[in-house]
Design a protein around this ligand. Structure first.
Ligand SMILES: CC(=O)SCCNC(=O)CCNC(=O)[C@H](O)C(C)(C)COP(=O)(O)OP(=O)(O)OC[C@H]1O[C@@H](n2cnc3c(N)ncnc32)[C@H](O)[C@@H]1OP(=O)(O)O
Ligand SMILES: O=C([O-])CC(=O)C(=O)O
Length: 391
């Protein structure tokens, strides 16, 4: 029965932040905090990260099954064909000041991509799959170029043409840095893309579903979702993690033990000041994020590859001090922050990397929402002034 709120409604009936509220079914992923597991279409994400390419995982999330060899070949060739930096998008990006956050650039690019799309008014599953794949293919060039144009105090670097002989992850790194990344780095990056791709009804995905529920279009949903992801309580946390590392101070050649001691002291002081520490805590997981061990292993590989034990010292020090003080565990944004730093990305590019991956999850949810749509419109309890009248 529908409940109509009144001013006398008890506080317990209000689910602030929708915490604990089950809003709908989804067959795309299952987040299980009890078993600390995450399944994409039934497959543990750890298995997918160990054995699949990001393209295979994207195909799975959109279509419900992993691709056959032929399906993958067709999918890859469509993705590779859509990688070039669209001249209109480049023009738009060039118009935006380098003082703008790269997430604003991403959001604008998603919107422009939609406004000029030939199937803009078509929300059939077929059209949405095509739009999702095109956006997935196009966004890395925008993110890579946006980082390049900001470098050298804004004097910038030219965009790098994509390479059709490389997979998604290797090509992304190629376009960002203009050189081929080592296999260890490509693998760590690919693992991060797989882990970030989907996570049920998180804030940005829910945003995409709310927009879709009004029968608006896929690009509007993605544009709004990017706005939701930007905040530091959600995707923006991966940037904030690295800002914390920088605030503590990254000292090349420092030992693991010394870096750890400094990080613990920083955390104790921050918690004494009641600060919220980005990269820790989660709305759903209260005993640790299911994705962290996999990403931490990828980070460990990067630390070994680059020979940077002091980064691990900072990581361990913060984690241990937080655990001892409050028992709060890291979330996925905690290991991805230093991992992206080691790969050579600039901090403001970190959340756009999350966008590039989560486009898959958002658009899978857009299609699922449309299959059995109901306008998302919760109720509120009014607590403003009693009825009154103009004199
Ligand atoms: C990929 C992702 O988007 S994962 C999330 C990324 N976001 C972050 O890392 C931001 C930092 N973390 C947080 O702000 C929170 O943990 C959230 C927003 C992620 C989850 O929040 P909620 O489920 O609403 O829990 P809430 O914020 O109420 O925290 C519960 C308690 O733990 C404390 N707490 C939770 N996270 C943190 C943190 N990161 N640092 C310090 N204290 C924290 C809160 O202060 C609160 O304490 P209190 O009960 O004494 O007031
Ligand atoms: O699920 C959440 O609330 C946030 C999160 O970890 C994600 O979106 O990956």
């Amino acid at each position: 029965m529908t409940q109509v709120p009144s001013a006398t409604q008890s506080d317990s009936e209000i689910k602030k932040g929708l915490a604990g509220v089950v809003v709908d079914y989804t067959a795309i992923s299952k987040v299980n905090p009890e078993t600390n597991s995450l399944l994409y279409r039934g497959y543990p994400v750890q298995e997918l990260a160990a054995r699949c390419s990001f393209e295979e995982v994207a195909y799975l999330l959109w279509n419900g099954e992993l691709p056959t060899r032929e399906q993958l070949a067709e999918f890859e060739s469509r993705e590779r064909a859509g990688r070039s930096l669209d001249p209109l998008l480049k023009q738009v990006v060039d118009e935006l000041p380098i003082t703008s956050h790269p997430m604003d650039v991403c959001r604008t690019a998603a919107s422009v991509h939609g406004a000029r799309h030939p199937l803009a008014g078509d929300s059939s599953r077929e059209a949405n799959l095509a739009k999702a794949l095109e956006l997935f293919a196009a966004m890395p060039a925008v993110i890579a170029y946006d980082q390049r144009r900001r470098r050298h105090d804004g004097r910038g670097q030219e965009p790098v043409e994509p390479r059709a002989d490389l997979g998604y992850a290797a090509n992304f790194l190629w376009m960002a840095f203009g050189e081929e990344a080592a296999p260890e780095v490509v693998r760590a990056f690919e693992v991060s893309m797989i882990l970030y791709a989907e996570h049920s009804f998180n804030a940005s995905t829910f945003t995409a579903r709310v927009v879709t529920s009004t029968l608006s279009d896929l690009h509007s949903a993605v544009t709004a979702a990017i706005g939701a992801l930007k905040g530091p309580l959600h995707g923006g946390a991966n940037e904030a993690v690295m800002e914390t590392f920088e605030e503590i101070g990254i000292r090349a050649d420092e030992s693991h033990a010394d870096a750890k001691t400094r990080a613990k002291a920083w955390m104790d002081a921050a918690l004494a000041q009641k600060k919220k520490i980005m990269g820790f805590g989660h709305r759903v997981y209260k005993h640790g994020d299911s994705r962290v061990p996999t990403m931490k292993a990828a980070l460990d590989d990067l630390i070994a590859f680059y020979g940077r034990p002091e980064i691990l010292g900072l990581y361990d020090g913060l984690e241990q001090a937080m655990d001892e003080a409050k028992g709060i565990k890291p979330n996925l944004d905690y290991p991805t922050g230093p991992a992206y730093h080691l790969m050579g990305f600039d901090i403001p590019t970190f959340t756009p990397l999350f966008v590039a991956s989560r486009i898959v999850g958002w658009t899978a949810h857009v299609m699922e929402q449309l299959e059995d749509n109901s306008l998302i419109r919760p109720l509120s309890a009014y607590n403003g002034p009693d009825e009154r009248h103009l004199d």
